[in-house]
Write a protein that binds this ligand. Sequence first.
Ligand SMILES: *Cc1c(COP(=O)(O)O)cnc(C)c1O
Length: 375
Amino acid sequence: MNIPFNKPYFSGKEAENLTKAATSGHISGNGYFTKKCHNFFTNKYGFKKVLLTTSCTDALEMAAILLNIKDGDEVICPSYAFVSTANAFVLKGAKIVFADSEDNNPNIDASRIEELITPKTKAIVVIHYGGVACDMDKIMEIATRRNIFVVEDAAQAIDSYYKNRALGSIGHLAAFSFHETKNIISGEGGMLVINDDRFIERSEIIWEKGTNRAAFFRGEVDKYGWVDIGSSFLPSELIAAFLYAQLESIDIIQETRKSIWNYYHSKLIKLEQEGKIKLVNIPVSASNNAHLYYLLTNSKEERTSLLKFLNDNGIAAVFHYLPLHQSSYYKDKHDGRHLDNAVKFSEQLIRLPFFNDISAQQQEYIIDKIYEYYS
Ligand SMILES: *Cc1c(COP(=O)(O)O)cnc(C)c1O
């Protein structure tokens, strides 16, 4: 059997929407489908304002511009993270102060953020790993008290909640991804969420190359021009048309993913009870959006050998992030603190194949092979 790690899901309505966009005569950005997507997100999740972008990476770069990140500013970010989470702020001159993960969860350890704050700290960027919420009450409390901004990297966190509040609606800003490996996809694609009123007007200008073009098309100004810095962050209507077809199927997509997740979990829990592996840990304050399914081995050597065993049996299980504080780009800039949990997740975590049309037979085969390895 040959089981890929990921397979993009198509709702079946994408082609129809693409044709509609193409024949409408408006295929550049900010048209009919972009507005449909924007309304969907603000209505369903209570986001104050959203702007589709060409990627989550772009949304994070917009966040860095909006926060006026400049040379010498410090940004706190988990080391167990995607490159863009840190790089977006480095592009604007920030020094990244890497934080460790929790012991039993790859998310940033909120109880150890405060000791990293200095007078130069401008922002905390957090990742809801696997769509599982960080300790947002604690993070927002620290940020408010110390006058620091919070950016949620919610790339993996669509349709997920923290104490009944949608992820992406809690920080001052948030970034989502619609890359083909996420729950809702448009090939490449992303979105910036603006929850703080102070950033709303400027966000649209940065989005449209530093111009007040969006306000012009709403009739709020009688001509548009260059009013600030910005770039071309908005996606074409073709991307938005594709994305909207996915959003229309979000309930089915999520239901399917949750049943795949639950199947893995119900079958693998016995191995966890026997102390052979550890499984995804979801705190009571967090929901599960079934973005991924992972297990933790007891050592790096065991991870390497289990991964090889699964790969040799046609199962494209994969590891995930390499700790950014040890990356070749950042290791000489890091202050030398040991971030043991980030290293642990990097060395011991395995993600299992996860896509909407994985069959019960394929899942059964994967589970059997894991049991075979541990027998
Ligand atoms: C996927 C991902 C990104 C990058 O998303 P793109 O849309 O590919 O730019 C950033 N952060 C995290 C946590 C991700 O999982």
